[in-house]
Design a protein around this ligand. Sequence first.
Ligand code: GLU
Length: 305
Amino acid sequence: MSGYVGRLAPSPTGALHLGNVRTFMIAWLRARSAGGKVVFRMEDLDHPRDKPGAAVAAVEDLRWLGFDWDEEYVQSERRDIYRAALARLDAYPCVCSRQDVERAQSAPHDGEQLFYPGTCRGRFTSWDEAASACAPRTPCWRFRVPDDATVSFDDVFAGPYSQNVARTLGDFPLARDPDGAGYTLAATVDDALMGVTEVVRGDDLLPATPPQILILNSLGYKPPAYCHVPLVVGTDGRRLAKRHGDTRIASFREAGIRPEEVIGWLAATCGWNTKKTPTRLQNLVGRCLLETIPHEAVVWRGTFT
Ligand code: GLU
C-alpha cells in the first residue's frame, strides 16, 4: 500500500443519498487509485439528530454500491480520546445558549456557523464555577482562537482558501461538556490519529476547515491535504433534500435499480463516463481525474439516464 490514507465519514443523521455517495465515491477512488488505505468512521456523536438504524443502513448501502474499507471506527466508542485532546487544548467553559451548545455537535453544513463574540472568555476560572453559574444547564467548551488567526491552505480541488477565524467565527465550540466532543473536535483528532493524508468531503465544509487546522496546529499535528468537492443539488439549486424526491440509495435498491446504474450516473457527473454507461465502482479505479470534475454543483434531474 502507498502512504495515502483516505476516509469515509458518514453521520447517521439520515439515509445515504446521491449527494453523500458522490463525495464518498470520489474519496474512495482517490484512495484506491493511489494504492492507499480507506478508513471508515461512523460519526455518531450528534445525538439529537442521529437516527436509529441509520449507521447500519449506511454500511449496507455502501457495500451494495461496491465500497470497501480497511479499518473501521465508531466515534461514540472514542470519547476518552477526545476528552484527552480537549484537555490539551486552550479551551474555556462557556455558559451561553443551548443553541450554541447544540451547534457544537454537528458538522456545520448549510453555512450555519455563527460568530461568537467571546462573551465567556476569561469569565470563569474553572469548569465547576461555570457549571454552577448555569445549572441546571451544563457549559460547553470553546477553543480560544488567537487574535491573528488567519488560516490559509491550498485545497486540492477548490484552490487557495483563507479565513480569519477570529473575525469570522470567534471562539468556536469544541464540546458540549468535558465528555461531549462535537464534530469539529472529534473529526479533527480522528483525522490526525487515523493518519488520514487527504480529507475528501463536500464543499459546504470548506469553512469548517480553518478551525480544524487551528486545532491540529495546537495539538502539534500536521494538517492533511483537503479536497472539497461540489455538492449535488436539485433543479432549484438547493442542496439535495426530500423536496427533490427520494434520492436515498436504499430506495433505488428497493426500486430495482442496479448499483452500476447509480455509479454510472455519478461517474458521468465527474466527467469520467460521458455516456453514463452503468459501471462498477471498482472499474473506475485509476480513472478518477479531479481535472474533469466540474466546479459547479451537480444537478439531479430525477433520472439516471
Ligand atoms: N460526518 C460528517 C457529515 O456527514 C462529515 C464530515 C467530514 O467529512 O469531515 O456531515
